[in-house]
Design a protein around this ligand. Structure first.
Ligand SMILES: *[C@@H]1O[C@H](CO)[C@@H](O)[C@H](O)[C@H]1NC(C)=O
Ligand SMILES: *[C@@H]1O[C@H](CO)[C@@H](O)[C@H](O)[C@H]1NC(C)=O
Ligand SMILES: *[C@@H]1O[C@H](CO)[C@@H](O)[C@H](O)[C@H]1NC(C)=O
Ligand SMILES: *[C@@H]1O[C@H](CO)[C@@H](O)[C@H](O)[C@H]1NC(C)=O
Ligand SMILES: *[C@@H]1O[C@H](CO)[C@@H](O)[C@H](O)[C@H]1NC(C)=O
Ligand SMILES: *[C@@H]1O[C@H](CO)[C@@H](O)[C@H](O)[C@H]1NC(C)=O
Ligand SMILES: *[C@@H]1O[C@H](CO)[C@@H](O)[C@H](O)[C@H]1NC(C)=O
Length: 463
């Protein structure tokens, strides 16, 4: 099987030989990924093992008008999500040296003259988190590190400090006031869900959000802050393009994803205009095994070793779709504010999720200490390239289109993930228990809360 993968990738390799060294190395990364995929597929069942605390999303049975208590969550779970929300493995065997793409390269895109709020350092802070597991009851159980028994809490006492200016903590009262009668949507994958929960928790200090919609699988949801008539939605669209995904709720897939590279997901295009603020993001799901279509015709695939099909490369697919997403945004003449959030790194060390990789650091790292892995670099590079092109067109039309580039600052927080504490008390029965770590999503509270401080700066203070 591995051999077949190699053959598939060969033609793509040949096409790329004229390009630069970086891409050559990327191909190597991809070969390894192809191998990783075999492992992913054959190991997927691990994800359905819920011998720990099940990965509960929410309590379907509860009234949609009142926030669900976290206890109810646990007892009345009717929906579980496997690590399907965790993208497939990124090989750790990728050459480590090619760090010529600085993750902070990002920022030239933004702000001339203005302080770049995405370039800075994590500094110790006595403020502590804006909420806890006791004050916010909508934290998804597998990101609820406090409740699940994560022993260290020092990771909560850091704040992001931009190099050239101050970044205050989000002021929930001011934020909500400025959002009166507005509509806010986050569109993307499970990291968007992670992000929205952080926002709702921070705002809960002033008012509890009331859920007014969820889809059958609880992947798309909507809340309202009644006193402010402020609506927040999260919409599941991991590719942003039209995709058929054949995964069950445990993340076991029965067929490659079928992705229409020339068709955007109508679930969001049909709603885009109705939102005053939209944060898009995508990326990680592109690394998965997929068959690519254009004009309803199969044009290639990625990591599809058991099909007679040309390996196109996930980079090609991501770039094509992102290009169209941005074209759509620009053509829409959307009157509100649109953000593209860059993809965020995982922090598996000594392996990946499927072979014992872990993330148990307890402090941030300094710039340069943790390399952005190759696949994340590629995703980020595509995001920057495409955004640069699009932002020129957007500003010509006077549109408010911004890059929300959290890649670099997130890279410095290997300590911010649930790790083993995605499960409730993972080591209670056996302190040597073998646990699949989550080194991709973020603990709530946790470093992802800073994203909302940045958001406030851009939205309310018009940074
Ligand atoms: C779970 O939800 C159902 C439907 O709303 C309800 O009848 C049942 O009592 C709940 N069970 C628990 C343990 O809360
Ligand atoms: C919050 O976490 C603490 C441990 O940090 C735990 O004792 C407490 O029960 C948790 N609260 C809830 C509501 O889960
Ligand atoms: C709430 O906001 C929406 C726009 O998001 C507006 O159409 C509606 O009239 C507002 N409702 C009230 C009661 O102000
Ligand atoms: C749109 O959303 C619905 C329900 O959430 C889902 O069943 C459908 O697959 C989505 N469509 C696309 C193209 O992703
Ligand atoms: C798409 O397919 C239709 C019918 O097969 C064809 O007429 C059309 O030219 C194709 N469009 C593109 C852009 O390839
Ligand atoms: C794969 O497809 C090519 C071109 O479509 C064809 O020539 C070849 O025979 C196919 N190989 C197999 C094993 O089906
Ligand atoms: C992290 O986990 C590894 C492997 O279990 C262990 O060797 C290491 O000591 C741990 N580090 C910390 C800081 O707990």
């Amino acid at each position: 099987m591995v051999k077949k993968t190699l053959i598939k990738l060969k033609s793509w390799w040949r096409n790329l030989q004229n390009k630069n060294n970086f891409i050559m190395k990327f191909v190597i990364a991809l070969l390894l990924l192809g191998i990783g995929f075999r492992i992913l597929v054959s190991r997927s069942n691990d994800f359905s093992d819920d011998s720990g605390d099940p990965l509960i999303i929410n309590d379907v049975g509860s009234s949609s008008l009142s926030p669900v208590s976290s206890d109810a969550h646990k007892k009345n779970a009717s929906f579980k999500v496997g690590l399907s929300s965790i993208p497939p493995p990124v090989s750790s065997n990728v050459p480590k040296k090619m760090s010529h793409i600085s993750p902070t390269a990002a920022i030239e895109v933004e702000s001339e003259g203005k302080c770049n709020i995405f370039a800075g350092d994590w500094v110790p802070s006595l403020d502590g988190p804006a909420y806890t597991n006791d004050t916010c009851n909508i934290i998804e159980s597998h990101q609820n590190c406090m409740t699940n028994g994560r022993p260290d809490s020092a990771f909560l006492y850091w704040k992001w400090r931009p190099r050239d200016c101050e970044l205050p903590q989000l002021d929930p009262g001011r934020f909500l006031e400025s959002m009166r009668n507005k509509n806010f949507a986050l569109i993307g994958d499970s990291i968007s869900r992670n992000h929205v929960q952080s926002l709702l928790c921070i705002l809960s200090k002033v008012e509890q959000a009331v859920q007014i919609y969820h889809d059958e699988e609880w992947k798309s949801r909507k809340w309202i802050f009644p006193s402010y008539n402020f609506t927040v939605s999260v919409m599941w669209s991991p590719f942003l393009a039209d995709a058929a995904i054949y995964e069950d709720i445990n993340g076991v897939s029965t067929h490659e994803i079928e992705l229409q590279l020339d068709k955007l997901d109508k679930n969001w295009t049909s709603q885009y205009q109705s939102h005053d603020y939209v944060i898009f993001s995508s990326g990680k799901w592109y690394i998965k095994s997929a068959i690519y279509y254009e004009n309803n015709t199969e044009i290639g695939c990625h990591a599809c070793s058991n099909r007679n099909c040309t390996e196109l490369g996930f980079d090609v697919a991501y770039r094509k779709v992102l290009n169209q997403v941005f074209d759509h945004i620009i053509a829409s003449n959307h009157k509100g504010m649109t953000f593209y959030r860059t993809s965020t790194p995982d922090h598996f060390e000594n392996g990946e999720w499927y072979n014992g990789g872990f993330c148990n650091r307890t402090q941030p790292v300094k710039e340069g200490e943790f390399d952005l892995n190759q696949l994340n670099k590629i995703l980020h590079e595509i995001e920057l390239d495409e955004f640069k092109k699009a932002s020129i067109k957007a500003s010509e039309k006077g549109m408010d289109f911004k890059l929300f580039d959290v890649t670099a600052l997130s890279l410095l927080r290997p300590d911010g993930h649930p790790g083993a504490y995605r499960f409730f008390q993972p080591f209670a029965k056996d302190k040597n228990a073998k646990i699949i770590y989550d080194c991709l999503h973020w603990c709530l509270p946790g470093p992802i809360d800073s994203w909302n401080d940045l958001l406030m700066e851009m939205v309310v203070n018009n940074h």
